[in-house]
Design a protein around this ligand. Structure first.
Ligand SMILES: CC(C)(COP(=O)(O)OP(=O)(O)OC[C@H]1O[C@@H](n2cnc3c(N)ncnc32)[C@H](O)[C@@H]1OP(=O)(O)O)[C@@H](O)C(=O)NCCC(=O)NCCS
Length: 143
């Protein structure tokens, strides 16, 4: 069974383990925990299959402005629709007429494809945005 729920502190160890598996420059456990402490302006979602966390999405939502900070699907679960489940669940939490933005590595074609499929358009670039010097694309969507 696939379900999406709000992340709680109990999920922290599992999230940190996935983050370390999935990213070259992973968020630390403390960075992940910080998202959980700002719950009034955060959307922190996990998608589970049969009770196991398959992926997660962290976003900021201050009303009409939202920003996706991080989305990841654990390696064995990738390209099976869990990223799409997270995007759909995230959109349900967002007010009508909101503006959503995000940054993504220029080379991250799977993520760029996912965002494009859900209506995000590239509106700019940030040079050398990432610690290894890679540029970011800025993508936005109006709900
Ligand atoms: C990017 C990511 C979140 C997508 O989640 P996912 O569950 O793998 O994606 P889904 O199965 O929901 O597929 C959504 C779309 O993404 C694209 N996609 C996903 N994996 C892909 C891959 N390996 N190669 C090419 N396209 C891929 C496809 O377009 C897919 O649509 P399709 O199945 O109709 O072709 C996931 O691959 C991931 O965690 N990657 C590593 C972390 C990361 O880069 N996060 C984004 C940071 S900005």
């Amino acid at each position: 069974m696939i379900e999406v729920h709000e992340i709680t502190i109990k999920d922290l160890d599992a999230l940190a383990a996935i983050e370390a598996r999935v990213f070259r420059h992973p968020w630390t456990r403390n960075q992940i925990a910080e998202c959980l402490y700002h719950e009034s302006v955060s959307v922190n979602l996990a998608v589970k299959e049969d009770g196991e966390i398959a992926g997660y999405l962290f976003a900021l939502d201050t009303g009409k402005e939202a920003q996706i900070l991080n989305i990841a699907v654990d390696v064995p679960y990738q390209h099976k629709g869990f990223g799409q489940e997270l995007m759909k669940a995230f959109f349900k939490t967002i007010e009508k007429d909101s503006h959503i933005s995000l940054e993504v590595r220029k080379s991250n074609l799977p993520a760029i494809k996912l965002y494009s499929d859900y209506g995000f358009e590239t509106v700019g670039e940030r040079e050398q945005y990432y610690p290894d010097g890679e540029d970011a694309l800025v993508m936005t969507k109006d709900m």
